[in-house]
Write a protein that binds this ligand. Sequence first.
Ligand code: AMP
Length: 330
Amino acid sequence: MSENNNFYDKKFEGNFKDKGKVIIMSEVLIVGSVAYDGLKTPYASTPRTLGGSCTYSSMASSLYTKTHIVGVVGEDFRAQDIKLLKSKKIGLDGLARAKGKTFFWKGYYKKEDMNVAITLKTDLNVFAQFDPKIPEKDRSIPFLFLANIHPGLQMNVIRQMKKPKFTLLDTMNLWINIARKDLLNVMKKVDLMVLNDQEVKLLTGMSHLKEAARAVLKLGPKRVIVKKGEHGAMLVGPEGTFLAPAMPLDRVVDPTGAGDTFAGGFIGYLARRGTVNLENLKQAIVVGSLTASFTVQELGVKGVAGLTLAKVRQRAKEFYRFASLPLIKL
Ligand code: AMP
């Protein structure tokens, strides 16, 4: 198979060849932030680098299927960053350029708990007036990922889409705190919501993860994934619960974008499989975790930007070696 993005467009359900076999796959549309980030971790730092929920997730998703984005950047957005997105064959028709500066987020992590980002600055800039417009031709894309942006904007996107086959929702503590009502409205419209352990507790007020996950299901989504950082992820839905460990790494250099990469890898792989069923959802969680494991090993988007299917496959082999549980003999 050619290493990356061997696509033959056929109105969002094209074919591609994998080891000689033709596979029918669906395309993905992602709406979220395209940003510049200032990052400081115990191991690396940068005053300004490419970031944003849409950026990480689309680069991850584009490894597995054709991916389009909708977002906004400012006049300062660099040609080399557009070039990087284009090199992944990401559809940029929905990426608007507005007067002003690109969204800027600054955060840091403490060595004791690198799962928690401490926000120092959120400059909305062009995001303040952002009103996502889905290009007409992208409105029937079957797999939709509402990456982390204001839930009111996420709802505007849902209104423009023509009945996606599968909608995935992400959010963050900020929106749970300041836009809860909007968030609860969007939650009623989605198939699956991803939250990390702190967000699920904040949203539901419950401290036991499984109980909190079930409470999320009562608010609308058919299924929920609770991400537990280095401890893996848990899927809760009508079929019960599925637990996937995370790939153990010697060192996390920069956790920024781990959640976005997980979600992008997850939906990209699910769309590549084409059918939403429990088996494919479980596989997609494994792929999401593996993809995210590359993001956190480098500063900013470098890990996911340099990723190939061959690297994911290689890591999957290592992962399966230690992740399977022995059957006990009782
Ligand atoms: P993650 O580490 O996966 O939660 O995502 C980190 C990314 O989210 C960074 O690249 C930020 O640019 C982006 N981000 C941070 N705050 C916001 C926000 N309020 N709205 C949208 N994106 C944000």
